[in-house]
Write a protein that binds this ligand. Structure first.
Ligand code: SF4
Length: 341
């Protein structure tokens, strides 16, 4: 028994597979495909083939270290590290010994990057000090994940040893957060202008988000040349104000991972998903974030003892799905500039 894709979907997949980067209306058509339909599996296969070819079967692992726990007064609705969540009532920073120990263990486990995350109210100067400290001790590339910055602060991150920065215009930015999307985009421009690589994810996706707003953030990542930009779903921590919306499934996330892979075209050096799971590894994703320290998705102060998954688990998932975590990273190789064809 034979079957054929609809000509319209077949054309979009062909264009995607050629690394041309698909249009907004084309991405919307893919996101509307029935979840269990054959065309969705054809979409995921197309994205998978693109990533295996471009990323040469490398399974990337960028280690998230949440540097501090705090009741953050900025109160983003999806975050557990807020005053209003009431989970963490005291501020604390993990010790330098602990941060060094995590960084060294990550180096020994083959981490491809260290992502240092702080809460939105963490002192910027202290992040620079931690960057300098870790930079003296480990060779793993450092990526900052912190508040909005200006050019002077971007140059300071570079001088402190960071090579890139994770920053997202979150879904619901300005509605579920107190930040203006324009200010977040301004920070992304700063990274590019000072020479920091920009890392991104379309996040935190929940069932309440319209396809249009999801696709617009995928297109933003392509326009501004993200080094990687996949999909992270929202995790409803216990007592989350977003709980009434529910959560999307890993399979729904995999469909979005595939659409974002086709949108990104020839630009990215990796394609991420979070939290680590198998389905997206056959839908274009090759990058996981093992985690320790603070996490906006967890009620534990050290997510390594909570939801966070470790290198062993991430590597095992990747190997099971035919990705090799032992190969060198594609993300920081000199040469091709992400986002530039
Ligand atoms: S997401 Fe960041 S800025 Fe927002 S509440 Fe959490 S720590 Fe603060």
């Amino acid at each position: 028994m034979g079957w054929q894709l609809s000509p319209h979907i077949a054309d979009i997949l062909k264009k995607g597979a050629a690394f041309e980067g698909i249009r907004r209306d084309e991405a919307l058509a893919l996101l509307a495909l029935p979840l269990h339909g054959r065309e969705t599996y054809a979409l995921m296969q197309t994205a998978d083939q693109m990533s295996r070819e471009r990323f040469a079967n490398k399974g990337e692992n960028h280690f998230h270290i949440g540097v501090n726990v705090a009741p953050c007064p900025l109160n983003c609705s999806f975050c557990s590290l807020t005053v209003k969540a009431g989970i963490f009532t005291q501020s604390m920073e993990f010790s330098e010994e602990q941060l060094l120990s995590w960084a060294r263990q990550a180096g020994a486990s083959g981490a491809d990057a260290l992502n240092l995350m702080t809460t939105g109210n963490f002192p910027f100067e202290r992040l620079l000090e931690i960057g300098r400290l870790l930079g003296r001790s480990v060779a793993t590339p450092l990526v900052a994940n912190t508040r909005d910055i200006d050019h002077k602060e971007g140059e300071a991150l570079l001088a402190a040893g960071f090579v890139g920065a994770y920053h997202a215009v979150r879904l619901g930015e300005g509605r579920d957060t107190p930040f203006k999307p324009e200010r977040r985009i301004q920070t992304i421009r700063v990274f590019k202008e000072v020479g920091l690589q920009w890392m991104n994810c379309v996040e935190p996706v929940g069932p309440e988000h319209r396809h249009e707003e999801i696709v617009d953030l995928m297109l933003l990542a392509r326009t501004h040349g993200a080094t990687y930009s996949g999909i992270m779903r929202r995790i409803n921590f216990p007592g989350s104000p977003m709980s009434s919306h529910g959560m999307i499934s890993e399979l729904e996330m995999a469909r979005m991972v595939a659409v974002s892979r086709l949108v990104m075209g020839d630009g990215p050096r990796a394609h991420c998903t979070h939290e680590p799971h198998s389905a997206s590894l056959i839908a274009g994703a090759n990058l996981f974030f093992p985690e320790v320290g603070a996490s906006p998705r967890d009620g534990q102060p050290d997510t390594g003892k909570g939801r966070g998954q470790d290198f062993m688990r991430c590597h095992a998932l990747q190997r099971e799905m035919g990705w090799n975590p032992d190969l060198p990273s594609n993300c920081f190789a000199p040469g091709r500039q992400a986002g530039v064809k």
